[in-house]
Structures are given as structure tokens and as C-alpha cells.
Design a protein around this ligand. Sequence first.
Ligand code: AMP
Length: 315
Amino acid sequence: MNRLRNLNVIRRTKRNLHIITTIPEMRDLKRNLIQSNKSIGFVPTMGALHHGHITLMEQAKKENDIAIASIYVNPTQFSAGEDFDKYPRTIEKDVSLLKGKIDYLFAPLESEIYPYDKNQICHVEPTPFNKIFEGIIRPEFFRGIATIVCKLLNIVQPDYAYFGQKDISQCILIRQLVKDLNIHSNIRVLETIRESDGLAMSSRNVYLTESERIKASIVYKALSAGKTLINSKNKTDLISTADLVNTITRILKNETSVTSIDYVSVASHIDMSELSQVRADTGAVLSTAIRLGSVRLIDNLLVGRAYTDILRPIS
Ligand code: AMP
């Protein structure tokens, strides 16, 4: 209720950003935009916005007549014991940031998206993704992501939807989702935006203490060493995954603040399946998830054709 009151206050003060909170309002908007032949670029987020999110929105605005973002902290992608309750929620600050950047913000209440308290009958179940490293560690994650993105794309029906490489397995899943379920939206993946020391921007970086923040760039350094190893080879050379994993793991282990390594993965950019070796020109998705104190950090780098195939611009 408080959140609704806040949004109503914001609605009155930020005149050039229209805030929509219900699905019927969103559908009316979509109908009007179709009638006036306007293309829609859409950026789904969970809020606590940073420059990575804003870059997606700027691109959506550049490539479409109308840019719409959503802010919704999706409960179904969090497993028990994860940070759903403490996930940063900064709606007023987010709205200030969005002013002038996009045209519409869709900020539904949980009851609008999950009226039966998450117990709806149909979900999108991307079974193979439950078997990749991130899916094994976060058992509800990919089902929650696939279901919410499917819902949002059905509600907003954008021409283009924008996602960040930062969450690479999510991007690869969503590209497959729109193909498999015949969703009429094009998926654009944009490069990860980083802090000056290489740390990938993330809403969860606020959990880091000052000293953890300084150490956190180790993730980027470790993955970069893997990338350098691949790039040092000739195009047709094969590099063993074991060598890549060892190179990355050694650097992570040298940093005493790294309390645990969930995984180091060398995977195909087609479906995130683990590779046993990498051909230098084909490349791969190098990714890792670690804990620094109690904070979990994920990151990835795309090498070779994996990079160009995923980040291919609109032709
Ligand atoms: P989130 O709010 O964390 O769910 O993220 C919303 C969208 O922003 C997702 O497509 C993310 O991949 C993307 N995103 C998050 N962090 C970054 C970043 N550092 N650079 C580019 N995109 C990002």
C-alpha cells in the first residue's frame, strides 16, 4: 500500500515519465501505440537501477519510437534462503533516474503479476537450464526467469526487448524462449557495463563492504586471464577446458577474501552446455560465481565468435 502511495506521489511530480501499474493500462497503451504505428523497445529490470540498466534503456530509446522499462522484483526466481526480502528497492530514486531516459515505466504490484500468490498452474520450465551450474545452485531461478519474462513480453508485446550480457545464461535462455514459444519480440543483448576496475555493475554490489568492494575486481581479472589464454592461440587451436578452469581458479584462489567458488564454467554460447575444449575462433562463455564474504558475485566474458554472435547489432 505504501508503495502505491509513493508511486502516486511520483506520478504527479514526474510529468514526462508515465508510470503504469496495471496490466489493463499497459494493454491500452500498447493498443494506442500500434494504432499510431510506434515501435516499442522494452527493458525489464528489478530496479535499484545503475548505469548498466540505463545503458539498456538508452539503446531501447535509440532503436525504437517508444521506450518502456519495467521494475518488478520477481519472487519466483528467488529460492528459499536467498535475498528476496532484502533485495534493494529504491523506487523513488529509480524514477528520478528514468526521467528523460524512457517514456513509460511499468511498475506492477506483486498481486498484479501473481494474483494467486505464486501458485499459478502454468509455468515455463526450461529443464536443460536446471542442469547448468547456475541452475543447480539456484534450483528455482531459470523457471522463475523464463516465466516472468514470458509474462512481461506478453503484457508489453515489445518489438525489441533488451537484456544485459551480465546475466549471460538468462540471455541465452530468453533467446531460446522467444523461439520456442513463438513470442513476437526480438531479443537484443548488450555488453556488460563495468566499474573502472572491471567489476560488473550490479544492484547487489551495495551488499559489499568497502574492503570487499576493493577486492571484488578479482572476478574480472580472473576471467580476463582465461580470455587472454584463448586469444593467445591460433584460430584453429584447441584449448582444454581444464587449462582454462585452472587459470581462472588459480587467480581466484590467490585472493584470500574469496570465501568460496561456486563454479568456473566454460560453456557453449548456443545453450550454455559445458565444453571439454574450446576452439580459439569459436570461443566460449567463460563464467564464474564466487562468494566474497557473504556476497555472491557472478560475471562472464564472451570470447571469439561467442562474442560476435551474442552481441550482434540489429542488421
Ligand atoms: P536486474 O535488474 O538485475 O534483473 O537486471 C535487469 C537487466 O539489466 C538484465 O537484462 C541484466 O542483465 C541487465 N544488467 C544488469 N547489470 C548490468 C550491467 N552491469 N551491464 C549491462 N546490463 C546489466
